[in-house]
Design a protein around this ligand. Structure first.
Ligand SMILES: Nc1nc2c(ncn2[C@@H]2O[C@H](COP(=O)(O)OP(=O)(O)OP(=O)(O)O)[C@@H](O)[C@H]2O)c(=O)[nH]1
Ligand SMILES: [Mg+2]
Length: 445
């Protein structure tokens, strides 16, 4: 089924120093040799020229590497043609490989083959994309650990333990009591529950590292939202003036705070308004709040709370919020302290409190969890969801045991838990799920 040979341009579109056309499959080498007649040896880089066999025209000067199966990215024969990194040489070489029998690869198909041929599991395959898309050093480190199979290890261990319990219960159902030696299953089950619980507890932090945090900076006009954004970015990105209503268009910038990628969204100050442009701007701010994972609510600490502030507070009810009581260089107003969220004092003017602000933001989104350099975390919402399902089934199995229900009740839940875990590592996975996962890759990966 996966015997056809695929080809794709594996480097980004555009101009670059080099570009790579990659081939994978049993015909990879014969196809390459049609365009590149010099002998290819396993894992040798050979210098020469790609020529069009039809007219003998030289297409580009190249280096060609042949890697023999099974010790390759896909576990199939692979040929990589390094040519000059321009759209034309890459396109011409790709076309020639297609002319001589290769098929254009689907998105992520090289990695899909690595999975289907058993070189990596599904979680590792997904980590490939995380490595490519990593936003900070910390997210890269977690992705590389995932690629190395660090996340899959505990999951495979739990699956192994559950399979043993299941085998024992099945034997007990199939054979008369006295033929199967009594075993305690509650304890190994509890161990599995704890492992899953640990993974789930840290998953939100992991997801934050992988995906970043959409952060809306909101507050009424003129409190210093844009000034704080500039401080966090350490550059004058947003326009700051003494006139309320300066920011009208939403502005987005990424900043890395302690390895956590924050996508900062500066919004227009919210105030009731009849001016048409301002009404639009306010609408955009509301949307920004709705879509945000996290809200930085900026107040002017030198003034009492106004109706606009209170109106905003109502919009923030369901959100994770950090309050920045800004303009703390001016004489304070005591009554600002009654808000139901953590608060830091800042001055965008002097820079005071900026470290507190950054720490506060990181703590708010990581829930105070400390991530050491060798922690490996669940970083993918799909994995977290499957873990939650698996955990729920284990809880039910444990209840069935406690209530001395017949073994079948336990085995049904154990099987369901096994399947849920198998969706993470790929032992139990549907065509649709594979399709969804690999369609996120680009062609050539
Ligand atoms: N004293 C003092 N002034 C500040 C501070 N932060 C901002 N300002 C001043 O407040 C005014 C408004 O700042 P902006 O950053 O434009 O405020 P904003 O919330 O983005 O305003 P809009 O875009 O109009 O909603 C400017 O004159 C800033 O220099 C601060 O911490 N202390
Ligand atoms: Mg502004």
């Amino acid at each position: 089924m996966y015997q056809d040979t695929i080809a794709a341009i594996s480097t980004p579109i555009g101009e670059g120093g080099i570009g790579i056309v990659r081939l994978s499959g049993t015909e990879a080498r014969p196809i390459a040799q049609r365009l590149f007649p010099k002998p290819l040896a396993d894992r040798r880089l050979v210098y020469g020229h790609i020529t069009d066999p039809e007219n003998g025209e030289v297409v580009d000067e190249v280096l060609v590497a042949y890697m023999e199966a099974p010790h390759t990215y896909t576990r199939e024969d692979i040929v990589e043609i390094d040519c000059h990194g321009g759209p034309l040489p890459l396109q011409r070489i790709l076309e020639l490989t297609l002319r001589y029998g290769a098929r254009l690869a689907n998105p992520g198909e090289f990695t899909l083959r690595a999975f289907l041929n058993g070189r990596i599991d599904l979680a590792q395959a997904e980590s490939v994309l995380d490595v490519v898309q990593a936003k900070t050093q910390a997210s890269l480190r977690l992705a590389v650990q995932g690629l190395a199979g660090k996340l899959s290890e505990p999951i495979k261990e739990v699956r192994g333990d559950l399979m043993e319990i299941l085998a024992y219960l099945t034997a007990r159902i199939d054979f008369p009591e006295d033929e199967v030696e009594e075993q305690d299953i509650s304890e190994p089950l509890q161990k599995a529950q704890l492992t899953l619980q640990d993974l789930i507890a840290n998953a939100d932090a992991g997801i934050v590292y992988r995906q970043g945090v959409r952060t809306a900076i909101v507050g009424r006009p003129n409190v210093g939202k844009s000034s704080l954004l500039n401080r966090l970015l350490r550059q004058s990105r947003a326009i700051v003036t003494t006139t309320p209503g300066t920011t009208r268009d939403t502005l987005e910038e990424v900043v890395n705070l302690k390895g956590v990628p924050f996508l900062l969204i500066d919004t227009a100050g919210i105030i009731d308004s009849r001016d048409e442009v301002e009404v639009l701007a306010v609408e955009r701010s509301r949307k920004a709040i709705e879509q945000a994972d996290f809200v930085l609510f900026v107040l002017d600490s030198s003034e009492p709370l106004t109706d606009s502030d209170k109106q905003l507070i109502d919009l923030l009810a369901e959100k994770t919020v950090l309050v920045a009581a800004n303009k703390c260089d001016l004489p304070p107003q005591a009554e600002n302290n009654e808000l139901p969220w953590p608060q830091v004092w800042t001055s965008a003017l002097t820079g005071e409190g900026l470290t507190d602000l950054e720490n506060g933001m990181v703590n708010s989104v990581l829930g105070g969890r400390v991530i050491t350099s060798d922690t490996s975390l669940v970083t993918n919402p799909r994995h977290k969801e499957a873990l939650l399902r698996a955990k729920e089934h284990l809880d039910q199995a444990q209840t069935a045991i406690a209530e001395s229900l017949p073994d079948d009740f336990v085995t049904i839940d154990l099987t369901a838990a096994l399947n849920a875990l198998g969706e993470i590592t790929g032992e139990t996975v549907t065509e649709e799920l594979l399709e969804t996962i690999f369609s996120q890759f680009c062609i050539g990966k």
